[in-house]
Design a protein around this ligand. Structure first.
Ligand code: ZN
Ligand code: ZN
Length: 372
């Protein structure tokens, strides 16, 4: 074999690898651009909607609110003031959902090189993982009873944490990956996401309510406004009604989830605790559940500021409250479990924290009847 041949072969291989890595980088870049497309569409709709409502319907004078000019201006000022407040809250909630930095899984959940090596050598990883997780605040398991482990991130998954294949990382208290915000919705930004849905519905209702008169006039062609303006008012009204209607369903679903302290993923597949799936594993009562996400005051709940409780790693369990209620009612235990659980939902904060601060207390399974 001539000596040049291996060199050529090697060069060809290097070239091929370079082309492959360039293609991969290009695909990655294209994916990143495409993933921002839904956000760009929402942004265009919001900017265009702002122009139609603020300028065409209230400033241009094409759609006067009354025959009296002073009253017309006054009505427009009120409409614009309230509209701007809702719009600002919507935009800030949306931006915070998009740019929320998800908290990293604490380092104690990461496996060390030695632990990874022993995993590779081990025949039964389940027992090994159980040993590794013995000092961690992990209470739930996978369907087959083994400790939840992420191969990609090489971590023991904290409770309610899931791996997102789009973001390529594990997200604490993951709800779902939302393409409309190009981000995962999880412990760090769930409140902002729900507020974004809420203010979308509120803004849609506001536009539909205050723009009805303009819509009817544009539709029935009473005014001598330009066709472009009429078309935009009609289109904006339909879009608002459609977005408001569809988003209200999504909002209702998430309000339901918050009230039951469940994520979208947990709603599809209940978390497994002590070998059994529990429908209400984190349910602490509707009030406490709402406080966990929205905080304790209404004003802070409505503002896109951080109010979510906890570290996103460990969570008080409903079952702990149930046991507390059962314990409290030990001497008058003639009631069914369901009643005890209802009472548990009304236990005070200190009681819940007291009973769940030491997870090691929760080792004995309850009877089958207490699974909810
Ligand atoms: Zn992961
Ligand atoms: Zn994601």
């Amino acid at each position: 074999m001539p000596p040049l041949l291996p060199c050529r072969y090697l060069m060809r291989m290097v070239l091929r690898l370079k082309v492959l890595s360039a293609c991969r980088a290009l695909c990655h870049c294209a994916f990143r651009v495409v993933s921002w497309l839904p956000v760009v569409i929402v942004a265009i709709m919001l900017i265009w909607g702002y122009f139609v409502y603020v300028y065409i319907m209230n400033i241009s004078g094409t759609f006067p609110k009354s025959s009296n000019e002073a009253i017309s201006v006054l009505i427009s000022v009120v409409f614009l003031f309230v509209g701007h407040v809702i719009y600002a809250l919507l935009i800030s909630s949306y931006v915070r959902t998009i740019y929320a930095k998800h908290k990293k899984v604490p380092h104690e959940f990461h496996l060390t090189d030695a632990q990874l090596a022993s995993m590779d050598e081990s025949v039964d990883c389940r027992e090994l993982l159980r040993e590794m997780a013995s000092d961690l605040p992990v209470q739930t398991a996978s369907r087959n009873g083994s400790i939840r482990y992420c191969d990609n991130c090489e971590i023991i998954k904290p409770d309610r944490c899931h791996h997102c294949s789009v973001c390529g990382t594990c997200i604490l208290k993951m709800d779902h990956h939302c393409p409309w915000v190009n981000n995962c919705v999880g412990h760090s930004n769930y409140k902002y996401f729900v507020l974004f849905l809420f203010y979308t519905v509120v803004l849609a209702l506001w536009v539909c309510a205050t723009g009805l008169y303009d819509f009817i006039r544009a539709w029935t062609d009473i005014l001598h406004s330009t066709p472009a303006y009429k078309f935009q008012v009609i289109f904006c009204y339909f879009i608002s009604a459609m977005f408001g209607f569809t988003t209200s369903f999504l909002l209702s679903f998430h309000v339901y989830l918050v009230c039951w302290n469940r994520t979208t993923l947990e709603n599809m597949q209940y978390p497994v605790y002590e070998g059994s799936p529990y429908r209400r594993l984190y349910h602490l009562g509707v009030k406490r559940n709402l406080q966990q996400v929205f905080g304790k005051t209404l004003l802070r709940a409505l503002l896109p500021v951080s109010t979510s409780e906890g570290d996103g790693v460990s969570f008080p369990l409903h079952i702990s409250c149930t046991r507390l209620a059962m314990h409290n009612n030990h001497h008058s235990n003639h009631r069914g479990n369901e009643e005890a659980i209802l009472e548990a939902g009304h236990t005070s904060d200190s009681e819940v924290e007291l009973f769940t601060s030491d997870h090691k207390l929760e080792t004995q399974p309850l009877t089958k009847n207490t699974q909810l």
